[in-house]
Each structure stands twice: as C-alpha cells, then as structure tokens.
Design a protein around this ligand. Structure first.
Ligand code: URA
Length: 491
C-alpha cells in the first residue's frame, strides 16, 4: 500500500524520525506502535528531508498510547542485527519495511529465515547494499592535505549512497587518530581535531580541496601495487565502480596502467616474479626479481632491494629483519651497526660469517622521513621527504608478502640450519608470529628437513645499556654457541 493510499483510508499515524540512521529511535517508535496495536498499513514513517515528509500533513502526528497490558513485540537477535544495517539504507521505505517484518514476526517467529519471502529478501538486499557502501567508503575515501591555521589538515570528499557516515565514524577516528581531518559528504560531515569528533552539516563538492601533494603519493602508491598479472578489468570495475574514480587521484592512472599492463607483465614474467608462476631458480634470478618487486608499499619507497649474500649452498642461513639505512645505501645485508655487532658475537661463538648465507626477511628498507613527526599519517614513508630515514618495523603482511623471495632463497641454498634474528625473521620462516623469548634455545624442525633456531636481533642489544645489555649479550652468545655446536654436529 502506498503512502497516498493511507491518506485516503483515513486513520493513520505519521511517525517523524528525527535522524535517518538511528536504529534505537526507530525501535522505540516501532515498539510503541506495536503495543498500541497499530498495523503496518496504518503507519507512515518520515525522515528529515525525505520526500514522504511533506505528503503526510493530515495524519495523526501524536504517537498512540501503548496498551500497558500488551506484551512488547518479540524479535530475534538476527532481525535486530539485519535491521541495524537496513536502517542505514537510503530507501525511504526502509522504516515501514522493518515495521512490517516486526509485525509479521509476532505471528511467524521464524519468518526471518524464509529467504523466499519478499520482505525478507528486500531486507537482505538493502543490508547488502549498505554493507557494500560501508566498505567502499573505507576503501576509496581519499584525504587531501591542506594548510589550516598553521597545521597540516586533511580533508576528504565522499559521496555515500546510504546513511553510513556516522556508522563509519569510529573506523576513521581509530585509523587516523593522529591526523586532523574532516570528511565532507552531501549527507553530513565529520570533523576530528585529534581529540573530539564533531558532526557538521552536509557539504558540497566545492567545499573540498581539489588536488595537492598527497595526491601524488597516492598515485605513486597505486602504481606500485598495481599488479598487471592480476588485472581483470571486469572484476576491477566491480570492486572499484567508476562513480568513485572522480574522487580518487590514483584512478586517473588506471587507463594508462591498463595500457601498459602487458609490457609490465612480460617484464615480471622474465624476472620470475609471477605469483602463480615458478619461483626463480637461481640466486641471480631472485636478485633481479626483487629489484622489480613492488608487491607491498615498502617496495615503492625510495630505496633499493638488498639481496642476501654469502655461500650459495651454505649450511647456515642467517636471517635478519630488513636492510637498514646503511645496508640500503651499500646494497649489502648487515653492514651497518647491527651487522658489526653481529659479527663480533658470531666470531665469539666460532661461527664464520663468510661460510654462511646472510639475508633478510624483507628485502627493502622500510622507513619514515626524520622530519615527519606523525608516523600514523598514511603513506608518510612513501614520500621520501627529508634527510633522515627512520627505521620502521615491517608489518606481518609485508613480511608474509616478502616470504615469496625468502622461500626462493631457502629452496636454492638449502641450509641445514636457519638462524632467525628476531621475531620478523622467525615469522618469515614459519609464516606465523612466535615469541622469541619462548622459542630461543630450542630448534624448530622445518618441512624441508632443516631446522630453525631463533634468537634476538642484534639491534635489540644496541638499544640496551649497562647490566641489561650485558645480560642480553650473554644470552645472545649462548644462543649462538648452541647453533655453532649444532652445526658441528651436523657436519
Ligand atoms: N638489520 C637487519 O635485520 N638486517 C640488516 O641487513 C641490517 C640490519
């Protein structure tokens, strides 16, 4: 029954919703209507600015008095869960749809499980649309940097299809807690000052800045992660519909990237970099391929890949985390301060570094520029600005991405013993995070018959002072001595 038909039928109630996305408000009204025994076709729901709001000038705007004796409506948790999502949909019929389902649930409690029912299907379709919009906003919203009262300030323009802005507020506040930002949309705006989130009125596209240096970073990042081997144009358009492109700096690259994809794919194949292809079979091929690798954002920084080095069939593989600043400049692993300290301890344990193969879990140096105080600002590291480059730990995902190369090295070198220095190296070998403190001292058997020994990273010692450093150095020596003994046994 349409809203206009209600008008003709006479007695109906107009329920004005104060907010378009407030489930609790809808629930309170719906409960009251149900307890006053008002059937769904006698209720017209309106929302601020909604088209139906003006039609119902004659309905009864006083809400009915609920029958105190009437039992409150009963609904399942599943209904509530879906309804909380459906309420965010832009369709003005969503309130009445939910009320109708709530009403019907009283006589048919299992209705919500009936996927063939038109109302239940409509709810499911709406919920799907809302979830998709929530995801799109999280994935495709792009901040642009502006100068605001002397501060770096970030502004994003986004056009959600549904009332998801408030729902997504927590996500953006947590994710960009250390930035100052505004998100502007035609449905309202959010403003974060690093401490408090404020809601503001709807905005227009003209209120948002259009292009600035941050766009360049996004473009560089996107170009680097764009994997031509995975290019499926239909799938890409489905995931990233064209309507989002206009607010995404990197989307301007898509036509060119597609055009260049075949050439890049050929280059990647020749470098042995294809994920679904063969791993490079020689250390030279790994070396070439890692220089072309930009599977994770680290590879897009201003750095160079640092290949492992040493004896190609060494019984011992020593694995660090990632090259540091000096290693990046020299193109060799473990030549900076941590490497020099490692050399001292290896020698003390009787391990000849020249007889080992030394490499890293992550092949590129991950850093942020020293002049950028806020590390949580996205893509800070991509810019390469400033002179000092401050080491950053690789994420689990980055380590896992780089495992492809580490496994290739292991398959070629086939060491009997892998010595992992620190948690990142251990994760690279095992594919999962373990506690170094618990794992040290006891070898972990690996699938290829070799074994993993885990100890701390020498840079950990460099960060300590006094007795703490002495104590940790002693434990480090003990770990290395155990590895040396094991190597002698195996020899
Ligand atoms: N730290 C590492 O983990 N590896 C290096 O190559 C240098 C420092």
């Amino acid at each position: 029954m349409t809203a206009l038909q209600h008008v003709r039928l006479g007695a109906y109630h107009v329920v004005p919703m104060a907010a378009p996305d407030d489930f609790d408000e809808w629930r309170d009204h719906a409960r009251r209507m149900a307890m006053a025994d008002v059937p769904p076709d006698r209720v017209a729901w309106t929302e601020p600015g909604g088209p139906a709001g003006n039609l119902f000038t004659h309905g009864d705007r006083r809400l009915p008095v609920p029958d105190r004796e009437a039992p409150p409506p009963r609904v399942s948790r599943r209904f509530i869960e879906i309804a909380k999502t459906v309420i965010l949909h832009a369709d003005t019929d969503r309130f009445s749809l939910l009320y109708r389902v709530l009403w019907r649930l009283q006589s048919k409690p299992r209705l919500i499980e009936d996927g063939a029912d038109a109302d239940i299907r409509a709810m499911a379709d709406m919920a799907r649309g809302v979830r998709r919009d929530i995801h799109k906003m999280r994935a495709f919203l792009r901040f642009r940097e502006i100068e605001h009262e002397g501060d770096e300030y970030f502004v994003a323009w986004f056009e959600p299809q549904h009332h998801i802005l408030r729902h997504n507020a927590g996500f953006f506040t947590r994710r960009f807690a250390n930035m100052l930002w505004s998100i502007l949309t035609p449905r309202g705006s959010l403003h974060w000052d690093g401490d408090t989130l404020r809601e503001g009125p709807p905005a227009t596209r003209a209120d948002a800045p259009n292009g600035d240096p941050v766009e360049g970073m996004w473009r560089a990042y996107y170009a680097s992660i764009f994997n031509p081997a995975r290019l499926k144009i239909d799938a890409m358009l489905k995931e990233m519909p064209r309507r989002y492109w206009k607010n995404m700096p990197e989307a301007q690259l898509i036509p060119d990237l597609i055009a260049g994809a075949q050439a890049r794919e050929a280059a990647m194949v020749s470098a042995g970099a294809m994920e679904n292809g063969e791993r490079p079979a020689t250390l030279d091929a790994v070396d070439k391929a890692i220089h072309a690798c930009a599977r994770c954002p680290i590879g897009a920084l201003e750095n160079r890949a640092v290949m492992g080095e040493g004896v190609p069939d060494a019984p011992l593989m020593i694995m660090g985390e990632q090259p540091g600043d000096i290693e990046d400049r020299q193109g060799r692993p473990f030549v900076g301060p941590a490497g020099q300290l490692l050399d001292v301890h290896l020698e003390r344990a009787g391990i000849d570094r020249r007889a080992a193969y030394v490499t890293n879990a992550v092949k590129h140096f991950k850093y942020v520029s020293g002049d950028v105080p806020n590390r949580d600002v996205p893509n800070r590291g991509v810019s390469g600005r400033g002179k000092r480059r401050l080491h950053q730990n690789p994420s689990a995902r980055e380590i896992d991405t780089c495992r492809w190369w580490v496994e290739a090295e292991r398959a070629i070198v086939r060491p009997r013993v892998v010595l992992a220095l620190g948690a990142s190296a251990a994760r690279s070998v095992l594919g999962k995070t373990i506690s170094v403190t618990k794992a040290r001292g006891t070898p972990v058997p690996l699938d290829d018959g070799s074994e993993l020994w885990v100890t701390v990273h020498p840079s950990y010692l460099l960060r300590l002072e006094g007795p703490a450093r002495e104590e940790q150095a002693r434990l480090f020596d003990a770990d290395l001595a155990a590895v040396a003994a094991r190597l002698r046994e195996l020899a």
